[in-house]
Structure formats: C-alpha cells, structure tokens
Design a protein around this ligand. Structure first.
Ligand code: PMP
Length: 338
C-alpha cells in the first residue's frame, strides 16, 4: 500500500502562505492556536525521547497511548483469520481485545503459578502463524517482572515478533529491554507517558524497535494520531524529568510502606511482589471487600476472575492520604465482620 501523504509532506523549505490543507487560516475558537494540523511525524517529541532514552529517532514511534501501537502491530503483522498472537494470562487485556477486533486469534499460554514464563509450553505453540508474542514486564495485573533469562531465550528463539510491554518499567529497578534493540530485530518495546510520567489524560505511548518496523508503523498509522495539544503537553512533560523521578520515588516509598501493613493483616493471604505502581493482593472475602470499598467511594480493580488471581484485588499506589484511607477502610471492613 501507499501511505497517505499529508498536505505538509508535499513541499520542502520555508513557506509563508498555507492554503493547502483546508484549515481555518484566521485562528481557533479557543485562546490558543490550534488551527493548523499537527506534525504527523512527531519530530520534536522523537528528538526529546531519543535524548532521554538513548535510542535513535528512527527507532521511535509515537502512538495515541501505547494501546494504539498494540493495535497497529496486530494489523501490521497478522493476516485476519489466518495468523495468531500469543499472550500469557493473566496479563493486560488490550492484547486480546485488539486481536479480536482484528479477527486475529489470541492463543493463550498461561504464566506459571508464580506468574513466570512456561517456556516449554510456549515453544509448543510456536507455529509459523504465531506472528506476535506479547510479554508484559512488569506484568499487569500481577506487578511482577518476568525472568530475564527466560525472556532472552524467547526473544532469541521465537520465529515472530516479540513485543515487550514496559508500561511500568520506571517503577522497577531492572534495566529496560531498549538496551537490546540493536541486537534483536524482532524485538519491539512499548512504553507510555500514562504511568510514571503522569500523563494518562493526553494519550501518548511509544513503541521502540528496528527502523524497518518503525517505518511500517508510520506508514499504517492515522496521519494525525497525536494532536497538537498532545504533542505540546507531552514535550512539556518530557522536559520535567526530575519531577517524574521525584514522583516515582514517592510512589515507591508508598508502595514499600503499604506492603508490610497489608502483610500484617491476617485476612491478607498474599501480596504479590511488585515492580510496578500497584499491588495485587489476595484477600479473604475479596469480592465483598471490593464492594465495601466502592460503597465507601474508594475504587480498586477487582481481578478475582482473572486466571490464577483468585481473591485478588489490584491496588494502585496513590498519594499518602489515599493509601491511608484505603488501609483504614480495609481494617474497618474486617473489624466489622470479626
Ligand atoms: N500496557 C499495559 C501493561 C498497561 O497496563 C496499559 C494501561 N493500563 C497500557 C499498556 C496502555 O496504556 P496507554 O494506552 O495509556 O499508554
């Protein structure tokens, strides 16, 4: 296919009068100036991300959240009705949703009870039609990292593309897989501005990979997938790396404070080790507790029906007073039922 060519792609050099894109030349109905189409190539953002991450700009793709590259990768590599993706439940739900929307089968190979890769089982599913394998590390909803040796083996041996979803990597002490990009052409690493950078509201995610894969993603994406406002705000956020680091530190301190408090409760059966900004916790009477929290205006995520997550509630680490409120309510719930 031939990619859409946007108005601004069709000339080079300096121009003074833009009468090419059917915009409103006078201005916007807002205070700011948003009357022009945004840069479809996200040049400024890519330069900044490249400096921060030490990854060259031709290995960087920006999407409308990392949900967008998840969908685009499936559309890029899989033939509907013929190819399939492999996912490892319990894991992030959008891999399966995007594959279903695209009429691509999702072959599920469960993680072990310790939420690690089952490499022999995985290998038994490596047919030539397995085009994409999604590894989420740190994993959502469990919070744990997948073992590095297992991941490396899979990246080296899988016959298709391995997508490592690192949405939560900033909360972990492990190095990112982006360091391995130049060694493995079948590796795609996803990151996002929605978590540590605190920018979930603007919808900006990143895929990093071999330049050829990036060029194909660029070709199939909607031309203006990131609005002018998104690009400006994302750039502003990236200029405040220190603020991000401070917030991550606070959230990690809060996470480490919350773990022993939960573990001390006799109604808490397990706190899964977390390298993310949330904890998966197995509670007695989890469903009831979940409903009690909602009734008291505190919303957590009920993961009890996810594979191997029996009695599990996923608690996002919030601000100190939010975490205190959560603990207070959990204690009250069990006290009232003692
Ligand atoms: N990957 C994982 C593992 C996630 O948990 C999420 C969001 N919950 C995403 C990707 C998507 O994030 P976004 O689209 O906001 O970048």
């Amino acid at each position: 296919m031939k990619a859409y060519s946007s108005a601004r792609d069709e000339f080079e050099g300096e121009a003074e009068v833009f009468l090419d894109a059917n915009e409103n030349s006078i201005g916007s109905a807002t205070e700011g100036f948003y009357n022009r189409y945004p840069d479809p190539h996200h040049k400024a953002l890519k330069e900044k991300w490249s400096t921060i991450k030490g990854v060259s700009a031709d290995r960087i793709f920006f999407g409308n959240g990392s949900d967008e590259p998840i969908d685009l990768l499936i559309r890029l590599f899989c033939e509907p009705g013929l190819d399939h993706i492999i996912t490892l439940p319990p894991t992030y739900g959008m891999y399966g949703v995007s594959s279903a929307i695209n009429a691509v089968e999702n072959v599920q190979v469960p993680l072990t009870r310790a939420f690690q890769l089952d490499v022999p089982e995985l290998k038994s599913k490596w047919t030539t039609n397995a085009k994409l394998l999604f590894l989420c590390s740190p994993n959502n909803p469990t919070g744990n990292l997948l073992g590095r040796e297992d991941m490396l083996k899979v990246i080296q041996e899988f016959p298709g593309i391995v997508v490592v979803d690192e949405a939560y990597i900033d909360f972990s002490s492990e190095p990112s897989w982006i360091e391995e990009l130049s060694n493995y052409r079948n590796l795609v690493v996803l990151q996002t501005l929605s978590k540590a950078w605190g920018m979930a509201g603007i919808r900006v995610g990143v895929a990093m990979a071999d330049p050829y894969i990036i060029s194909m993603l660029e070709k199939i994406k909607p031309p203006y997938n990131l609005s002018q406002a998104n690009q400006e705000l994302a750039l502003q956020a990236l200029q405040n790396e220190n603020k991000k680091k401070q917030q991550v530190e606070l959230l990690l301190t809060e996470r480490e404070k919350l773990i022993p408090v939960l573990q001390e409760m006799k109604q808490v059966n397990e706190v899964i080790p977390s390298a993310a900004n949330f904890l998966l916790v197995r509670f007695e009477r989890a469903q009831e507790l979940f409903e009690y929290l909602i009734a008291n205006k505190v919303i957590v995520r009920n993961r009890t029906s996810n594979l191997n997550c029996e009695n599990g509630l996923r608690l996002t680490i919030g601000m100190p007073r939010e975490n205190e409120r959560l603990v207070e309510l959990i204690k009250q719930f069990y006290r009232d039922r003692a």
